[in-house]
Design a protein around this ligand. Structure first.
Ligand code: THU
Length: 165
């Protein structure tokens, strides 16, 4: 028997000014993206902005549907858009933010498990880290330098390939 431990490293910033200008702009773009979220059921507007290696910023927001499971999170809307328009350009940073009509979002919004799985696969594919910047509509900012910290034990297609599945 062997017990193992997974450690996650992340940084907390108290103000947006502590981030680089590039990161501040990205968070600003994510905030703007929340304005076009389609979230009539939850009233929770999430925005994501991805900085690509070539300098282009791709944004997305959550898209809900009366058939609830048909909707999609902001992060995946943004990543799928980035990957479909720029399939070979690495995603350097993703900034995520949210606001709500119902309560104040004064804590960082952490991506759901499905979004982490998708982030992990793109990070593996591009063979370089994707940085994650999380912020609510106010309050602390969390920065995680690689998705692998957000999703240890990700599901790998490689494992299936080895088994010829
Ligand atoms: N949502 C996101 O867009 N990203 C997340 O990381 C968590 C949740 C959306 C899905 C749904 O439209 C709303 O927030 C409430 O769950």
């Amino acid at each position: 028997m062997e017990e193992k431990e997974v450690k996650i490293r992340y940084t907390i910033y108290q103000t947006i000014e502590e981030l680089s200008k590039e990161e501040q702009l990205l968070l600003e773009k994510a905030k703007i993206a929340t304005k076009s979220a389609y979230a009539p059921y939850s009233g929770f507007n999430v925005g994501a902005a991805i900085l690509l290696e070539n300098g282009i910023i791709v944004t997305g927001n959550n898209q809900e549907n009366a058939a609830y499971p048909s909707g999609l999170c902001a992060e995946r809307v943004a990543m799928f858009a980035a990957s479909s328009h720029y399939p070979d350009i690495p995603m350097k940073i993703i900034a995520i933010t949210a606001n709500s009509e119902k309560f104040e979002v004064n804590f960082p919004i952490s991506p759901c498990g499905s979004c982490r799985q998708v982030m992990s696969e793109y990070e593996t594919k591009q063979n370089q880290p994707m940085k994650v910047i999380l912020m609510g509509s106010k309050g602390d900012i969390q920065v995680i330098n690689t998705i692998s910290g957000l999703l240890p034990f990700m599901f790998h297609a490689d494992e299936l390939k080895q088994k010829n599945i």
